[in-house]
Design a protein around this ligand. Sequence first.
Ligand code: HEC
Length: 138
Amino acid sequence: MRLVALFLFLSFVPLPLYNAHAVEVPSNLDELLTDANIGMGKRKASACKGCHTLGKGEKHSVGPNLWNIVGRKIGATEGYKYSDAMSTKGGNWEVKELYQFLNNPRWYVQGTNMTFVGVHKKQHIINVIAYLQTLKDE
Ligand code: HEC
């Protein structure tokens, strides 16, 4: 519990530093995803678990459950109360959208409740997205 509190604290503090920067999506993102390290992505995604469940059928937490997230409609999972910013964003969580959001959540969805600084190393974001792609039925 104490770790979660520390994590929440740390994720609040540097937010202003990151709000301004725009995110550039690598043009060969699909290719990079094919070569991604899913195991490393899974490790990095432990940072998401303070606020999200990742397994099929699990309950929403601080954030919505992330099973089947890739390709899912943005801000539209049943039983979760999104911010207005998220529920009116529109579009789907394709890999490009995820890349931008995970790099800088407060820039990509201005007004989001996701108080998380984001994942900043390109290879880490790619690994996390590759891992998120596995969270679905075969
Ligand atoms: C500090 C808590 C917190 C952390 C850590 C966090 N999130 Fe979130 N996340 C949220 C909240 C809250 C929302 C809902 C945001 C809103 O409604 O504006 C959200 C929303 C999302 C969404 C949009 C879901 C949808 O249904 O549209 C995605 C995708 C997402 N998070 C991915 C991640 C990933 C991947 C990580 C880890 C790298 C992560 N989040 C870490 C709190 C968090």
